[in-house]
Ligand binder design. Structure first.
Ligand code: G3P
Ligand code: CA
Length: 227
């Protein structure tokens, strides 16, 4: 089976990350899923932005949780794009979504939206934070969850199994054949962030991954072209 393509923060090699423009680009290219990052605004709205502060990705400054949605909306997130609400991304694209909880406090708000909008079949809730995944699982036992790992990738199979996650998304540089084999033995799918070069794609294929999280349209094209 071909590698699944997951667009990182939309398709951030081609468009400003975590903007509707970026998610629409990934959707137009028919990626298998889009990945996005979630925080809570100061007034409790579920907003799509990677960092805990707005400084790097917008023309503003300050912590996301210290700004209201109205204040966040005034910022330019690149090419005139605004920081989107999670629900706006849901409405803007048809692709499955990997919704990454960055701020563990956002787990409850995300679960509420998934339930209200009937998104259980379309959204996989992913996070580095075990507590966010545990809370999601308690609130929505049927919704798929995925463990994201970086430095702790070596223990990903066992942690994922303990959490009831059927997917791990591991940092590319820390992934090994041993981790993949232990995931396979536990029936856990393995994807990796981020795979952005032909050399990285060759390794992903060699490791037999289920999918790659990529910034780059060229990697999507290379996957479709075959090995
Ligand atoms: O999909 C997981 C990956 O996005 C984790 O890294 O820092 O880009 O959110 P980061
Ligand atoms: Ca992410």
């Amino acid at each position: 089976m071909s590698l699944q393509t997951i667009g990182h923060r939309g398709l951030m090699g081609a468009e400003p990350e975590n903007t509707l423009r970026s998610f629409r680009r990934a959707d137009r290219m028919a990626l298998d899923a889009v990945e996005l990052d979630l925080h809570l605004s100061g007034d409790g709205e579920l907003v799509v932005i990677h960092d805990a502060s707005v400084d790097r990705t917008t023309d503003g400054s300050g912590a996301v949780r210290d700004l209201t949605l109205a204040e966040l909306r005034r910022l330019d997130a690149g090419l005139g794009e605004r920081i989107p609400l999670f629900t706006e991304v849901v409405d803007a694209v048809g692709a499955p979504i990997q919704a990454e909880i960055k701020d563990a406090a956002a787990a409850r708000a995300l679960a509420a939206v998934i339930e209200e909008r009937g998104l259980g079949d379309r959204v996989t809730v992913i996070s580095f934070h075990d507590e966010a995944l545990r809370e999601t699982r308690e609130l929505l036992p049927e919704v798929a969850i995925g463990l994201v790992t970086g430095w702790s990738t070596d223990t990903a199979p066992e942690r994922a199994a303990e959490l009831g996650a059927r997917l791990v998304s591991c940092e590319f540089a820390r992934l090994s054949a041993d981790v993949v084999a232990r995931c396979r033995a536990a029936g856990i799918g393995v994807i990796s962030w981020t795979v952005n070069t032909p050399a990285e794609l060759a390794v992903a294929r060699e490791l037999g991954l289920d999918g790659v999280v990529t910034d780059e349209p060229e990697i999507v094209s290379a996957i479709r072209a075959g090995p």
